[in-house]
Design a protein around this ligand. Sequence first.
Ligand code: NAP
Length: 251
Amino acid sequence: MSASLQNRTALVTGSTDGIGVAIAEALAAQGAHVVVTGRDVERGEKVVAAITGSGGRATFVRADLGRGAAAARELADAAHAVADGPLDILVNNAALLITPGATAEVDEDLIDRALAVNIKATFLLTGLIAPAMAARGHGAIVNMGSINGLFGMAGSALYSTTKAAVHSLTKSWAAEYGPAGVRVNTVAPGPTVTEKIQARMELIAPILAGIPSRRASTPAEVAKAVVFLAGDDAAHIHGATLSVDGGRAAV
Ligand SMILES: NC(=O)c1ccc[n+]([C@@H]2O[C@H](COP(=O)([O-])OP(=O)(O)OC[C@H]3O[C@@H](n4cnc5c(N)ncnc54)[C@H](OP(=O)(O)O)[C@@H]3O)[C@@H](O)[C@H]2O)c1
């Protein structure tokens, strides 16, 4: 991969933990100044310290994306201040990764929180950031989807519907912002072994048996797909879904 992101600025939501950390590190390794964000200040500062300790550039901005339009606007304003203008890259990665459960047992609060973080915040943040990219004539947005958004899975209705919405938003935004030079794409990981998932491998073990590669993805593998779609090597890729799932979505 030859994508150089020197002099680019990137906002990666949900980069205080899991896959988002790997994405922030990978974008920074390509030269981007990364705005790391999430609710947890301690973890966020740790990610920034690791990036700057390796010679990269990163800034932490705390945000709770479950808190609606005001929180999304504050984050967008802070990220634009770090970038000193429009951002080059937005990665909508933050989500509630919900433990699968029977539809009848999912309570209303969880429905509201999942829709708020996984869909509404993604929608609001893109609406705050993409127009500035479009006005300048270039930008790249990468949404984090999932194999769960591509096909049905018993016990995953709430999470899956939020991810299917993200896949749909990518296509709508490719149509809306593409003509102005803003590329919007999705990365759709299969089960990915973050520290959280590592502690609960029994949840993904049955899925792994049906994956052609017979293993889970790593956060670094998912991050490489994000870096590719965010960079100039993907210059003519709009509205695509890049699966990083060992072939699961194909079989
Ligand atoms: N891991 C997998 O197997 C897998 C598979 C397919 C797709 N995905 C997708 O990949 C993305 C990352 O997943 P992950 O496994 O890395 O999840 P994770 O380890 O649970 O990390 C989630 C990130 O989102 C942030 N976040 C959650 N709620 C937030 C809120 N209200 N406001 C702001 N930030 C919030 C968290 O930060 P704080 O805790 O600091 O708020 C954290 O940085 C998600 O979109 C997920 O759907 C994951």
